[in-house]
Design a protein around this ligand. Structure first.
Ligand code: ARG
Length: 573
């Protein structure tokens, strides 16, 4: 028997709609917006009114007449212009929860994928020799949460860090070191990141102002591409220096990711251009090879080119991304490709994806592509977050600061290890604050807000978890796995039903890749726990065993939910 509540309701309604009107339309069942309306609602009568030529209420009553009114449905009513409100049978909730608590603790009622398809989740992707900025932090946090979700759902996830390690800026850097600092060539590994960024700035200035250096720098690019040993050596050292600083951030954030930078795809670039030419996709525009795609025009109404090879033979950002599609579908055999970047790159990805379709690199029937865009990170004064010039450590500073502020908050509280707890809370707060705001919108960074103990914050959710642990310690009794979860009080039923929704929330997140759906869920879960705990005695009550089991499940769902968001839990706080 399926335990997926929304699916069960959907099937039930599908049958009723079919019986009533012999239609096979997709039936929409969603959680009710207000609890006193019911548990779920069906709004399909409104959507079908026009095509059936009937009033929504008339449709709704005919559907209800044909609906099998057995468990998990307890009661139905028609409301407003033609909603169908569904009340779920609490005995069914109680049986299902008992089953999960006993036999499905690992999955927590979540249906896992049977196909175990490979999904590529590309995120973070900072640039070598440049600052890793708050945008990259956002990409890292969002991408990691998505990858964690997909892993929990049972997919074969490839987490890729598409670092910018290729292109003209390297010609510039290598040329600059060779020309102005040949003495450094023998001890490149001693260059610090600060120094490297200074070199970058000076090289850029030189590049922009001195035509002769510009030429020299440009000549370095093909040398690197032809694997000229000295160029390759300088390039490798530069990458190493940057990599160290990226790794420090991933360590703090506890994020695992595989580096596969732009340079990885460079052997495929000539082939990709050739194939595009063979398919007749390429137009020469002032000697640059361009792909013109239908529907893409600039602000003046002229066709917008996707440049895949420059006049001088060099390749572009877009060429690498096109090669990325080629490699990820043909070699990695990915069935879904997810790329997390700031919103500024949306147009780029729309165009590259179109080109990849035309080039035959993506079969949309088999491969799903999602560009996951996000808004800016704003400073508390609502201005664009600025890292002070040259300060690459800024991101680590930002995270360290969150840890320091968390430590001040935790001082004097019941924690096992203050430093560890401060790291969990500080990093958790930064991640949660980011994930809980709709990623499409800009997000304002504020330590004060993210570290609040009430409201939609990491601390609030962590505290609910900690409280459950403390109740369990107090009752000091092993959870009896033979007990049954019984639901009596309304707040107890409401908590129970919410626990059963974990499955639909995760699968919704799978579809829309909006992490705030999961944070909202956890926030409500914590609230429902608090309401339950206010209204229902656990210790010494006749329902003690049942309630302990319910709390145990609540804690497990909170822990798993936070784990997907990349946030650790604490046993005490
Ligand atoms: N390195 C780029 C940046 O910092 C992000 C790369 C995004 N991924 C891609 N496949 N283009 O903006």
């Amino acid at each position: 028997m399926s335990r997926d509540l929304r699916l069960l309701l959907q099937e039930r309604f599908q049958k009723a709609f079919h019986k009533a009107f012999t239609i096979e339309n997709e039936i929409e069942i969603s959680a009710s917006t207000k609890e006193n309306f019911g548990d779920y609602q069906c709004t399909t009568p409104m959507k079908l009114a026009a095509s059936l030529g009937l009033a929504p209420r008339a449709i709704a009553s005919k559907v209800v007449e044909n609906l099998e009114l057995t468990t998990p449905i307890k009661k139905i009513d028609i409301a407003g212009p033609g909603f169908i409100n569904i009340h779920v049978d609490s005995d069914w909730i109680s049986d299902t929860l008992t089953y999960i608590a006993k036999d499905d603790l690992e999955n927590l009622g979540v249906t896992k994928t049977k196909t175990k398809e490979r999904i590529i989740c590309e995120f973070s992707s900072p640039n070598i020799a440049k600052e890793m900025h708050v945008g990259h932090l956002r990409s890292t946090i969002i991408g990691d949460a998505i990858a964690n979700l997909l892993e929990f759902l049972g997919f074969d996830v490839l987490r890729l860090n598409h670092v910018g390690d290729f292109g003209t800026q390297f010609g510039m850097l290598i040329g600059y070191i060779k020309h102005f600092h040949p003495e450094k060539l023998d001890n490149l590994s001693e260059i610090s990141l600060e120094e490297l960024m200074q070199i970058y700035k000076k090289a850029k200035l030189e590049f922009d102002t001195s035509p002769s250096f510009k030429k020299e720098a440009q000549e370095e690019v093909p040398k690197l591409q032809a694997h000229e040993p000295l160029s390759v050596k300088v390039w490798q050292e530069i990458c190493k220096i940057s990599r160290r600083s990226f790794e420090a951030i991933y360590k703090l954030l506890n994020v695992k990711i595989l580096e596969r930078g732009e340079s990885f795809y460079s052997p495929y670039l000539p082939l990709v251009v050739k194939e595009c030419e063979n398919k007749g996709l390429v137009t020469l525009d002032g000697e640059a090879k361009c792909i013109f795609l239908e529907g893409f025009i600039n602000s003046e109404g002229n066709p917008l080119p996707l440049i895949i090879q420059k006049k001088d033979g060099g390749y572009n950002y877009a060429t690498t991304d096109l090669a990325g599609f080629f490699y990820r579908t043909k070699e990695d055999k990915a069935r879904r490709i997810i790329v997390v970047t700031d919103m500024g790159q949306s147009l780029h990805f729309q165009m590259v994806y179109q080109a990849a379709l035309l080039a035959g690199y993506v079969n949309p029937e088999k491969v799903r592509f999602d560009h996951v865009p996000f808004g800016l990170v704003l400073a508390p004064n609502k201005k664009k977050f600025k890292t002070r010039a040259g300060e690459t450590e800024k991101l680590t500073d930002l995270l360290e600061e969150a840890i320091i502020e968390a430590k001040a908050l935790l001082e004097g509280r019941d924690v096992e290890n203050l430093d560890e707890a401060a790291t969990v809370l500080g990093i958790g707060a930064v991640k949660y604050a980011d994930l809980s705001c709709n990623r499409i919108k800009d997000y304002t960074f504020s330590y004060e807000r993210m570290l609040k103990f009430d409201g939609n914050t990491a601390a609030f959710i962590l505290y609910a978890y900690v409280r459950i642990q403390s109740i369990k310690r107090k009752v000091n009794r092993l959870v009896n796995k033979e007990a049954k979860i019984l639901l009596h009080h309304p707040t107890e039923i409401s908590l129970g039903l919410h626990l059963l929704r974990f499955n639909e929330v995760l699968w919704t997140f799978y579809d829309d890749l909006l992490p705030h759906k999961l944070t909202d869920y956890l926030y409500h879960l914590a609230e429902k726990f608090h309401a339950f705990f206010r209204d229902c005695r656990v210790e010494g009550s006749s329902d003690e065993e049942s309630r302990l089991l319910l709390l145990d499940l609540t804690a497990a769902v909170i822990k798993r939910g936070l784990d997907i968001l990349g946030i650790k839990t604490l046993e005490r706080m």
